[in-house]
Design a protein around this ligand. Structure first.
Ligand SMILES: [Cu+2]
Length: 181
């Protein structure tokens, strides 16, 4: 099944001015911390999901407080094949929609912005992590609860639709580090 989901970048940007981005991010603890220790954030021991040449592991999100509009999604995607692939879109029942974002630095301020997919080059591993590329669940249906596991669907250009488990971690990221900020 090929779900062509247009990335609503223009709409999104018009709805969320950069300042609104920053405040939304702070409200859900997905605002960029410095680079300290983030590279260990994937070591959550989740089972890898294999789909064609792709292996997707360590997918997690963080618990959100009541009323939080957005939540993040992070994972590691490895392409063991000889052909490039591309993550095109994400869907789930967690939120009205899911977008793919990247963090960029504007001076000393980290902001996130939608991107039109993420390249998964042949033979390489791409990490979606706090402070980098991530999935953004926009307009959450309900708070994300620590300890629960959600099913989300990733749509790739070549590998197609892949359903993976997304483990909800503590809001503070206590599985590895005491604090994200
Ligand atoms: Cu985001």
């Amino acid at each position: 099944m090929n779900l062509a989901r247009p990335v609503l970048a223009a709409t999104f940007l018009s709805l969320f001015a950069p300042a609104a981005f920053a405040s939304a991010a702070q409200g859900t603890s997905v605002v960029l911390a410095s680079s300290h220790g983030e590279e260990h954030a994937m070591d959550h021991g989740a089972t890898a999901v294999e789909a064609g040449d792709l292996s997707i592991s360590g997918a997690f999100s963080r618990a959100t407080p009541p009323g939080a509009p957005v939540g993040g999604g992070y994972m590691t995607i490895t392409n063991t094949g000889d052909t490039d692939d591309r993550l095109l879109s994400v869907s789930s029942t967690l939120s009205a929609r899911a977008e793919i974002h990247e963090m960029v630095m504007e001076g000393d301020v980290a902001r996130m912005r939608p991107v039109e997919g993420i390249a998964i080059p042949a033979g390489e591993t791409v990490e979606l992590r706090p402070g980098g590329y991530h999935v953004m669940f926009v307009d959450l249906e309900a708070p994300l609860v620590a300890g629960e596991v959600a099913q989300i669907t990733l749509s790739f250009e070549r590998a197609g639709d892949v359903e993976i488990p997304l483990a909800i971690a503590d809001a503070a990221g206590g599985m590895d580090h005491g604090e994200m900020h």
